[in-house]
Design a protein around this ligand. Sequence first.
Ligand code: AMP
Ligand code: ZN
Length: 436
Amino acid sequence: MEIKYWDQDIETISRDRLEALQLERLKKTVSQALKTDFYGGKLPERGIKSADDLKSLDDLRNLPFTTKNDLRESYPYGMLAVDRSEVVRMHASSGTTGTPTTIYLTADDLAACTDITTRSVVATGAESGDVFQNMMTYGLFTGGIVLHYGAENLGMMVIPASSGNTERQFRMMKDFQTSIIHATPSYMLYLHSRMADFGIDPAQLNLKKAYVGAEPHSEDVRRKIERLWGIDVYNSYGLSEMNGPGLAFECVHKDAMHVWEDAYIMEIINPDTLEPLPDGEEGELVLTILHRDAMPLIRYRTRDLTRIIPGQCACGRTHRRLARMKGRTDDMLIINGVNVFPSQIEEVIMRMPEVGTNYLIVVQKAGPLDKLIVKTEITRESMTDDTRDLYNLKQRIVEHLRASITIKPVVELHEQGALPVSEGKAKRVLDEREEN
Ligand code: AMP
Ligand code: ZN
């Protein structure tokens, strides 16, 4: 198998040189962090008053963790380390109400981010002649635009299709002879299920690869997409706090995802004791970004469960790999690629006076997509025989939820006392999507 690199020197750098580079960049990250309101107070408490207080990579273990909540509390500029006028890009994460979590990049940060996403797509064998149809959502979410830049940087022809509008997606795939798609795994399955409806004959298409990510999926799902479409499917993992996709990507060997370790330091910790775990052991992924002057993030707790694969990949890249994500340590749900916390749903429905005290969130598979059902009890006073009133109430709940979580749920209204009450801790979420 021919192996292509975007930047062979850095991709196959020796571990010694890589670690020296990490230390140098970690120092830069710390000196940037010291300029922020957030770390400016926290780091000196741990004895880090200047970057020179870091003597080796092991000293990272003495630095504090950072959480999503810290990001929220620092909104909007509490973690900004440069003058606002130097920022050329911002993004915000889905899955938040009220206070979003935002990130910022300078022009240099953006160039570094684009460079690693280009490395990632080249690792899958992509070439400048490829036609890249980007079906991830464009907007505040990093998923769409960040990989767009990486693909464009390689010289692929990028179609910024964004998500949805299946008929148009098919038309563009056919007319432009798309060779690579970027989408959620569930959308890849959905798209395939609609092929016949739109009169598409697979022979009219030129698809070779798909990059799938933004939501958990199993090896079986990957194989299923590969079999249905007759293409190679590569797992891509990222999170907006860390600049989104490009962070961890499979190479042509499709055997776990390389993390670009000159741009990120990864640790796996035991989420209960917070102690670092050795390679090969499963725990929570913690990331430190090494290439973002505008907004350093140190020891960020991703809440994603995975492990580092020991040993080197057959592709010759020396950057270590992460196994497919096992799940999350918090209660965040990922519904058709969108992050939803049950607390967001609760916040919306409990604001409505007609809603009673008990509710249940159910997530199911509806064909290849996910379906969110919100069952709520309504107060005795609001329960009427007038179906029009009930219909209107239901529509209002749907609209309020859609405005908050961006996806449209199915809402069911129930009489007071109709939903199950659990003994002890309330069970408010039933995730009925099977692990397949
Ligand atoms: P966002 O910040 O909106 O990009 O969401 C990031 C989260 O999506 C991660 O923390 C993961 O929980 C999830 N995620 C992204 N890519 C993958 C993937 N390939 N496999 C499993 N989960 C993923
Ligand atoms: Zn590899």
